[in-house]
Ligand binder design. Structure first.
Ligand code: TRP
Length: 371
C-alpha cells in the first residue's frame, strides 16, 4: 500500500492503521483483508519518561500506574527519553545510572517488559531520521512560542540550544514513529501534543496520509490527587524534600516525613469541614490504607474524637507497606545489569519493528525511492 493511496480510508480506521508489526510484504494483500487484520490489532499507545530524578508517589499514581493499566489493553511503547535529557543535561556522566534507575523503577511498579516495548530513545535511530524530516515542517515562530521553551530560556539563559527549541519536534517523532493514537501524559504536555497534531497534519497534507493524529490520554475522573505532605499543592520534585515521598525512601524516612505533616488540635464542632491539610492526609490515606481504616478516622473526625498522631502513625505504616516492596524490587533489578541489558535489547527490537514499518512508508511517501 503506497502511502498516498490510503487517503480514502476513513479517519477512524486510519487511526487503527498500526501496521507496526506488519512486514512490508503484506502491503500487497487486498484492502479488505488488511482492514480486518487492522481491526483486530490493538490500538497503539506511546509515552516517554525523562530520566531525571527519582520517582515519587505523585509519579506513581499520576503516570506509572496508568501505564501499567494500559499495558493490558493496548500495544504500548514506553521510552526513556535520554536524548531529550541532553537539552537540559549535556553532562552525560550520570546518564547510564539514571537510565537504569528509570527502567528499574518502572518495572518495579508493574510495567512488564514482556507485555510492552520498554526501550531507550537513543537506541531507536530511526527516530532521528523522522525528527530531521519533521524539522523541515516546523517553524521557528511556533517553536519559540512554546511554553516549555520559554520556561527553559528563563531557567538556562546560557544554554538556549537548538535541541531545546525543537524539543516538541523530537517528541512528535517519538510518538508518530509508532503511529500511536494515545499518549498518556500530564497536563503540562498538552501543548506538545497539540503541536504534534499540527506537524502530523502538515506532513499528511504534503506527503500523504501516513500518520493518525495522536491525542493526550488521561484517565479523567479516575485521576487521583496526590497532595504533598506540607499541605501545599501536589507531591512533586520541586517541593521541599520532606513534603514528597520517594519510592526510594527508606522506612524510617517515610515515617519521619509522614509524622511531620501538618495537623492541628482537631475539630471542635461535629461534622465540620476539613481544613485542606487534613483533607490531604485523608487523600493520601485513601491511596494506601484499606477502606475500613479511612472510614474509622473519618468518623473520628466527624465526632471530634480524632487523634491526628494515631492517624499519622497508621498512614506512615501503610505508606511503608506500600513503598518498601517497590523500593526493594528496584534495588534488586538495579543489581542485575544482565537483566537490564536484556530488557533494553528486547525493547529496542520491538520498537524497531514498528519504526521500520513506519519509516518505509515515510520514505516512500517523500519519494526517496531513487532506484
Ligand atoms: N516531554 C515529556 C516530558 O517532559 C517526555 C517525552 C519525550 C514524551 N518524548 C515523549 C512524552 C513522547 C510522551 C510522548 O515528560
Amino acid at each position: 500500500m503506497v502511502a498516498g493511496k490510503s487517503n480514502g480510508v476513513p479517519k477512524g480506521q486510519r487511526a487503527g492503521e498500526s501496521q507496526s508489526s506488519m512486514p512490508a510484504d503484506h502491503c500487497q494483500l487486498p484492502i479488505h483483508y488488511l482492514r480486518r487484520l487492522m481491526e483486530k490489532k490493538k490500538q497503539i499507545v506511546m509515552s516517554g519518561i525523562r530520566p531525571t530524578g527519582f520517582l515519587h508517589l505523585g509519579n506513581y499514581f499520576g503516570a506509572v500506574r496508568n501505564y501499567v493499566r494500559m499495558q493490558e489493553e493496548y500495544e504500548c511503547y514506553f521510552m526513556v527519553a535520554d536524548l531529550h535529557s541532553l537539552t537540559t543535561h549535556p553532562d552525560t556522566t550520570e546518564l547510564k545510572t539514571n537510565v537504569h534507575r528509570v527502567l528499574a523503577e518502572n518495572i518495579a511498579c508493574g510495567l512488564n517488559p514482556d507485555k510492552v516495548a520498554l526501550y531507550c530513545q537513543s537506541h531507536l535511530h530511526e527516530t532521528c531520521e523522522l525528527y530531521l524530516y519533521l524539522n523541515m515542517l516546523a517553524y521557528k515562530g511556533e517553536l519559540e512560542k512554546t511554553t516549555t521553551f520559554k520556561d527553559k530560556v528563563r531557567q538556562q539563559p546560557d544554554n538556549v540550544n537548538a535541541g531545546l527549541l525543537t524539543y516538541p519536534v523530537l517528541q512528535t517523532a517519538d510518538i508518530i514513529i509508532h503511529r500511536a493514537l494515545y499518549v498518556p501524559v500530564g497536563k503540562d504536555q498538552e501543548q506538545h501534543l497539540e503541536m504534534a497534531r499540527n506537524f502530523v497534519n502538515r506532513f499528511n497534507h504534503r506527503y500523504g496520509q501516513i500518520f493518525p493524529e495522536p491525542a493526550a490520554y488521561n484517565f479523567g475522573e479516575k485521576l487521583v490527587k496526590v497532595p504533598s505532605l506540607d499541605g501545599s499543592g501536589k507531591m512533586s520534585k520541586s517541593e521541599n524534600q520532606f513534603a514528597t515521598l520517594y519510592l526510594n525512601d527508606d522506612d524510617e524516612l517515610i515515617r519521619k516525613k509522614v509524622m511531620r505533616a501538618r495537623t492541628d488540635s482537631g475539630p471542635t464542632a461535629t461534622n465540620s469541614a476539613k481544613p485542606d491539610y487534613i483533607e490531604n492526609l485523608f487523600s493520601l490515606m485513601n491511596l494506601v490504607s484499606n477502606e475500613g481504616i479511612v472510614k474509622k478516622f473519618d468518623e473520628d473526625f466527624n465526632n471530634c474524637t480524632i487523634r491526628y498522631g494515631d492517624m499519622k502513625k497508621q498512614l506512615a505504616e501503610d505508606m511503608v507497606r506500600f513503598i518498601s516492596p517497590i523500593r526493594e524490587k528496584v534495588k534488586s533489578i538495579l543489581s542485575n545489569e544482565k537483566y537490564l541489558k536484556e530488557v533494553m535489547e528486547k525493547g529496542a527490537e520491538k520498537a524497531r519493528i514498528s519504526a521500520d514499518a513506519t519509516m518505509k512508508l515515510v520514505r516512500e511517501a517523500m519519494r526517496f525511492n531513487y532506484f
